[in-house]
Design a protein around this ligand. Sequence first.
Ligand code: PHE
Length: 435
Amino acid sequence: MGFVLAAAGSAVGLGNVWRFPYVTGENGGGAFLLIYLGIVFTIGVSVLVAELIIGRSTQLDPAGAFRKLAGGAWPLAGYMSIFTAFIILSFYCVIAGWTLAYTVKSLTGSVLNPDTEQAGSLFNAFITDPFEPVLYTALFLSITVFVALGGIANGIERAARVLMPALFAILLVLAARSITLDGAAEGITFFLEPDFSKVTWATFLAALGQAFFSLSLGMGAMITYGSYMNRHDDIAGSALTVTLLDALVAFLAGLVILPAVFAFGATPSAGPGLTFITLPSIFAQMPFGHVFSALFFALLAIAALTSSVALLEVVIAYFVDENGANRKKVATIAGAAVFVLAVPASLSLGVMSGFTIGGNVLFDAMDYVTNNITLPLGGLLVALLLGWVLRHKGEEEFLDGSTLAPALLGAWRFVIRYAAPVAITLILINGVGIL
Ligand code: PHE
């Protein structure tokens, strides 16, 4: 139970509420949702199982785990994980900072606006400011380091047990409000009715990246969490529970944001600001909107915290397990290093927007490289390790401790050995446009 909560805490976060709705909006809606769910419940859940097996069986950080299981060049996959965790955390805490800021600004009412266009201008003014968002990023990152340092992770977990159902409940209320807005029908159709004419390889790549990001896969977080599992903890059952919860929260968030986008006449492809410009307009039209809004963004910040702690843990576990470093020292230094990269990430949305990498501002480049390249690559390597290098040992581990596993073994073996490697390779090559 404790493990499932921690893993679900890592999975459910900004990926579900901030990233999923806008990526769905950018990729045409219903068809993307379908492809996304298809990937989540085949490749996603299977790779999650594989990562938990790697962690539980070695009780080590990603690099150590790859070395122990396979040796050779495999630890490189672990190094890539640590690099990815570091980059993701650097932009994750910027967005998480926004949620903190919106908690405060909801209370004063300064961001609530029934006019989405104005809500958008307010949002833009905020994120392009050179100081304010950076301060909130620093605040969020400090809380993350504090949690990792103090080992109050237990406290967070206990709190999350109450707070996450609360977040879920608010999402339900918001979804009810959103789908009954005038003009919401068009958004519901957009979200739920697949239009395959818009599907390209890029759609598949976006869905694959989003699936890995949302389930915290392909970058060692679930290997690290798996390493804290007990020998005979149920892997298949935990993985299914976490996957279901994660998909459900994303789906609900989509049902909140997208109908409102259409009702308010905004564009679904507006990008990373979508959640932040739509929600304040919904709240502005609700009784006690200020209170609800502050509560919502506070809960979202806490959901982000249980994810950012997982990201930082990947970095900490590596230096502690591999180099015997002092946990407190590593957490502090890593936090500071993340901040050094987070500052330009935040500024790249404003004063530093002139500086681009391959046509992307730094923030977008960091998001693209991790979600669309290193995460899928990490997932591919995990699938190859379990499906081909370890084979029988992997299957023994799969069965150990789970009453559910025997019935699922055939399906898991097929996905991890054939379906996942082939699909990920095809999507990566075509989606990135390598060939
Ligand atoms: N899964 C988290 C989210 O959806 C993000 C995350 C990615 C956390 C990787 C840990 C590791 O918000």
